[in-house]
Design a protein around this ligand. Sequence first.
Ligand code: HEC
Length: 249
Amino acid sequence: MNKVKSIVAASLVIVSGLASCDSGNTRRTPGHVYAPDMTYSRAYDAYTANPNFADSMTSRLPVEGTIARGHQLPDHLKEGDTNAYKTFTTSLRFNEEEMKEGGRLYNIYCGICHGTALDGQGPLFASGKFASMPANFKDAKYLHMSVGQMYAAIKYGKNMMGSYASQLDQKQRWLVIAHIKKTQAGSGGDAFTFGATATPATDTGAHTGDPMAVKSDTTHVAAPVAVNTAPKPHKAAGHKKPAHRRNRR
Ligand code: HEC
């Protein structure tokens, strides 16, 4: 008798368990709602149609001219404004390492046409595959060219030369120009003025030194950089975590 009872009890449990799995009847409404404003969002969900905007999109683009934190302000140089080209310049000054980077970028992006020796005899032109003679930076015509004019050539291109604006950011453009100017200074060009007087060894890259660049927000941008590069205090002190805690992080 006991056996029958327990079989009945077990089957009741199984049946009621199965019945509660009826997903076809899931309730989507919470029944009585205490605070409807909290239960039913009045905000438009992302990717849903929105009657408040002409394009009926809920997800909006950032306001025009928005600059992401840590990014540079535009340089405001306008294509064709040749008067501005002549006076456009930067307050950036580069240390030796940065100058090396300028040379590296030049060889990647410019040397193919202008030549690694800056003589306009890059392999693309010398091989005859590129018909237009690239500027010979050792030529009198270019020795004293203003840096703004060079910047404009990189940003907008010049005749057969395309724009390099998408490959080189503002600082990189100046690095390349500094490389050209330094080499020119050794070949009868103007005195080189891009060199850093004091080596900014602590430069974390968080700022560009350009007055047009976004001022780095020390509390939010520079701080994490400093934290990452600083030696961890407990490591510096030679302290090790106890063995059983080492795998915690
Ligand atoms: C595909 C070949 C090519 C490449 C790559 C190239 N240039 Fe040029 N560049 C030219 C040609 C051709 C001219 C001559 C344009 C003219 O005056 O008709 C020129 C002219 C210039 C001038 C003179 C602009 C002026 O106002 O007269 C500068 C400065 C210059 N280039 C810089 C650069 C820099 C910096 C790079 C690398 C970021 C570069 N070029 C990459 C082909 C090239």
